[in-house]
Write a protein that binds this ligand. Structure first.
Ligand code: PEP
Ligand code: MN
Length: 340
């Protein structure tokens, strides 16, 4: 249920509606918008009587949200959510690029990649300190030491940091050192993790599960918003299909579908989406043309020796070419690409 306030509604009227909702043992989510404030109601197990609110001062209408997800829906908030991360902006029409290695392997590797991606114009630095690996014998990441390296990269290059929390325990350290908490594809339906990052003050980058529908992705985002964190960035990173010419099938049709259904921004990850570096540039450009708000790209200075995801990691020169091509596409689409 969504209580839409009149444009002229005062702060006192908005507060009174929120207080009435809370007094019923429900949760009120006040979502200010450019045109009007809406107040989402969650926590109800059955229908809520709309007349409870319809007669209150400042209320324009009460809408039953028909979709299973509420707070993430465009019905709730028609205008795009814009998320500021350091000097970068995600959503709202501009394009943003997060780039870096799959994993932080050591200080000199991570710094070398950061220097290259910064010079090419990346806006955010990505790199895993906690790695969710298919095999328990594969490199699991440097953990806290990796986070400290990432924090030094932010200071040295003025690049906000995106890094993954793989479980509830790792959220604390990740939110201490990083700017954006990534929830990976394998964890998209780890509901305790989603609830925990929902209580964080940091934006969350939520990757689509490898067999998840768009609705399941949006329901996962709903978990985060329902805990009070409205700063969620979605990410299409490919789904599993019968196709074997790529590692995953990058589902670019999810981008316009997501844009219709939610106000949240969405990035495209052509690295995990294809698994092959020669496919990254074309799919990155296609992702932007499909309407994505930006890209997540893996880059390594020595991909042959990378401890994870080497085959899909771009050489720095390829990343620089990608950024050049992206500028031309951004211009054609009349979408600003902030200088990194
Ligand atoms: C990653 O971003 O390095 C990663 C592990 O991605 P995903 O969760 O999409 O596989
Ligand atoms: Mn990776």
């Amino acid at each position: 249920m969504l209580v839409v306030m009149k444009r002229s509604a005062t702060q006192e009227e908005i507060a009174a509606v929120a207080a009435r909702i809370e007094s019923m043992g429900l949760k009120a989510h006040v979502i200010p918008g450019a045109l009007r404030t809406a107040i989402g109601i969650t926590g109800n197990t059955g229908p809520v009587d709309p007349s409870t609110f319809e007669m209150m001062p400042g209320v324009r209408e009460v809408i039953r949200v028909t979709r299973p997800y509420k707070l993430v829906s465009r019905e709730m908030k028609p205008e795009d959510t814009v998320i500021r991360v350091g000097g970068a902006t995600v959503g709202g029409g501009g394009l943003v690029v997060a780039a870096g290695p799959c994993a932080v392997e050591n200080e000199s590797q991570a710094f070398a990649v950061a220097e290259k991606v910064k010079a090419a114009g990346a806006h955010l630095f990505r790199g895993g300190a906690f790695k969710p690996r298919t095999s328990p014998y594969s490199f699991q990441g440097l953990g806290i030491e990796g986070l400290k390296i990432l924090a030094r990269i932010r200071d040295a290059f003025d690049l906000p940091i995106v890094t993954e929390a793989i479980d509830v325990e790792s959220v604390g350290p990740v939110e201490q050192y990083a700017d954006v908490i990534q929830v990976g594809a394998r964890n998209m339906q780890n509901f305790s993790l989603l609830k925990r990052v929902g209580r964080s003050g940091r934006p969350v980058l939520l990757k689509r599960g490898m067999s998840a529908t768009v609705e399941e992705l949006l329901m996962a985002a709903e978990y985060v918003l329902s805990e009070g964190n409205y700063q969620v960035i979605l990410c299409e990173r490919g789904v599993r299909t019968f196709a074997d010419h790529t590692r995953n099938t990058l589902d670019l049709s999810a981008v316009p579908a997501v844009k219709d259904l939610t106000h949240l921004p969405i990035l495209v990850d052509p690295s995990h989406g294809t698994g092959r570096r020669d496919k990254v540039l074309p799919m990155a450009l296609a992702g932007i043309a499909a309407g994505a708000d930006g890209l997540l790209v893996e880059v390594h200075t020595d991909p042959e020796k990378a401890l994870s995801d080497g085959p899909q990691s771009l050489y720095p020169e390829q990343f620089a070419d990608l950024m050049k091509a992206l500028r031309r596409v951004a211009q054609a689409l009349e979408r600003p690409l902030a200088l990194g």
